[in-house]
Design a protein around this ligand. Sequence first.
Ligand code: ASP
Ligand code: MG
Length: 416
Amino acid sequence: MARSVLKFGGTSVADLERISHVADIVAYRAARGEKLAVIVSAMSGETNKLVELARGAAGEHVTGPDFNDEYDVVVASGEQVTSGLLALSLRKRGLKARSWLGWQMQMNTREGHGAARIDGFAEDSGLSEAVEAGEVAVIAGFQGVTSEGRVSTLGRGGSDTTAVAVAAALNADQCDIYTDVDGVYTTDPRIVPQAQRLEKVSYEEMLEMASLGAKVLQTRSVELAMNHQVPVRVLSSFPAPDADNPGTWVCSEDEIVEKQIVNGVTYSRDEAKVTLYGLEDKPGVSARLFALMAREGVNVDMIVQANARGPERANIVFTCTSADSQKAEQVLLGSKDILNFESMDVTRDVAKVSVIGVGMKSHTGVAETMFEALYQKNINIDVISTSEIKISVLIDADYTELAVRALHTAFDLDAT
Ligand code: ASP
Ligand code: MG
């Protein structure tokens, strides 16, 4: 008998009516003979409210270990509510169901509170046996338990990660992530109406898409799915339970027969470019610079180093999020003498546009097509970076939409 893990996000459980619809979907799948574990998020907007409440109560102590453990207790409560409500709604339909909280299924976490990581599941919780016996396990997403027996949470969007972890632990055949979109698209349909739903996307591509701003799945959930080879499907929770609702499969590359050279175009406007002019060109300079950024928690993305005009001098350009750029700027100015650079420039009106596809591994000419398409629209490229399955460019933020559209067309992704 197939074992499936289903996950429903905040908009899918936003009120009793939506929860009732979710219960219909679960009942439909149970009737087909699937053994089910169902992970739920908090009702949409609820976690934000709880975060505000926790901050309001803490006043000035809003960071640090003195805050984070009780923050977890507060914000984890949103998922407790929905797990109970869905279990009740399933029982109303005559199904056997019960709720499971993080500590009850013993999802053990480490690395403290607020952004805990999953260590594993205790084997004697009874979860697997309950599912096997045909009881629907309704699991509160996002929450776990620390080695001290305290409530922990996995960071925002963490219910996706709970779902994949449970699927791996139960050795489920699939993990269906029900959400408010009907799949993963070739690009943002708000920018390109001809964007298409992908039938399949590889874990690697999805990782790039998730971290580049296609916020369908929490990045960590995709990493986990890749490591444990859990087939994940993204689909909409809105259609009727028996509707044709194929969604998008996130799976291993081997399962994708028709590999597109480029599968997606992504963009991010939350970018800043930092340029340091006239650094010394000698060993250890970059090490010192980026050690400093790491210590300050600045997440650096693209890096380019080039010789400067003067002798034994180099310029370094790097990008980070706009939010991090102020911290980066301050720290760099404060370390001007140690780092020994001549001047610095920080620009925030830049955007990163990327094309992603596993087919790039075995095809040439992708960069050429990309740069030609941008040139045709007279878009200047500021910084370029590449990986095996991705090419990113940094451009003037004003041209973001134009660039995304042009690339979507150039790589034949427009729906006909
Ligand atoms: N409720 C949590 C959040 O809003 C976790 C989740 O929904 O995935 O971040
Ligand atoms: Mg989410």
